[in-house]
Write a protein that binds this ligand. Sequence first.
Ligand code: TXA
Ligand code: MG
Length: 367
Amino acid sequence: METKRIYVDPENKTSLCDGNSLEDAVREGAELLCQGEVVAFPTETVYGLGADALNERACARIFAIKGRPADNPLIVHVTSIREAKKIVKEWPDEAEICAREFWPGPLTLVLPKNKIVPDIVSGNLQTVAVRMPSHPVALALIAMAGCPVAAPSANISGKPSPTEGKHVWQDFQDKIPLLIDAGKCIVGLESTVLDLSGEIPIILRPGGVTLEQLAKVLGRVEIDKGAKGKSEVLSQPRSPGMKYRHYAPKGEIQLISGQSQEKVEELGRRLEGEKSNKRVALICLEETVASLTAEALGKIDLLFTLGTREKPREAASRLFEALRICDEEDIEIILAEDMPEEGIGLAFMNRLKKAVGKGNLKKTEKI
Ligand code: TXA
Ligand code: MG
């Protein structure tokens, strides 16, 4: 199947090059969704691979195209609290508080599911994940389709999530009928998944809305063990997606941690030890680059600077892009600098640790 790629500029309401307006692109996407097809579209976090959430066969296609394990449920995207309430059985006060504070935005709420949601969407769980994205293209698309839209990140299962249209193109060219390409995603990391189905709100996956932001409005919030990003085997994680290896580039990621000076010394040692026949990348902050010696820098084949320590959100938003570029450049060893696990740093480190970890990949699992 030939994939049509429509470039849109959400700011201008016109497309970048092919003469279609934003409205044309959205109409085409909405028509395909209504016909049970799969459409890739931008959100503020990462690109999504969407289908009508109430159409079982359409959702089954998402799993097939992505190579996604059937027990890993999808997030359902809506355009209002009213629509969210239609797909859940209960809407507790915490949901109302979170939705009013953080929607539209990078927060997904896990709630007891209404039976209109097919089991395939929820991976046979009794709960469903729901979110209202803030990207104007996503909102316009869902509104025009007139149905809730189930959408995982638009990457082949196991690969880094797509933060640009070209990443979706790399993974799904000729596998889907339409990609609406609106350039880069601002958040660049997926939404926070917050489980509100139990007594205490629990973060199953840290993301664009931080623990600190949630604690401020909810009071008590806990973080699930699996969300810390350790590469331990989690046979029964609360969020099924957490047991699979994620965000994995082809090269081997080595985490560089410690205080600033320790990291610089550690990098020096690792680079010295590296044989020159291996292709090495360094993903780090500006401040670290400035402290490296010319000799150390000379051993690096690809240097990807995430930006300054002063702007952690910007740095976090570039991680997936960096991992994808490492693949394009056939990098074998990726040295990646850590960030403090606070604010957006918690989500950044969760993704990085999942990419490092190989222990959570069972041999039979598809990545
Ligand atoms: O930012 C995002 O959340 C993006 C954009 C496209 O919205 N979507 C995304 O979807 O990252 P996906 O499928 O790649 O990740 C969804 C995560 C998985 O870890 C999944 O296990 C978890 O949400 N999840 C979905 N439904 C759940 C449920 N009912 N209970 C627990 N976890 C759930
Ligand atoms: Mg994903």
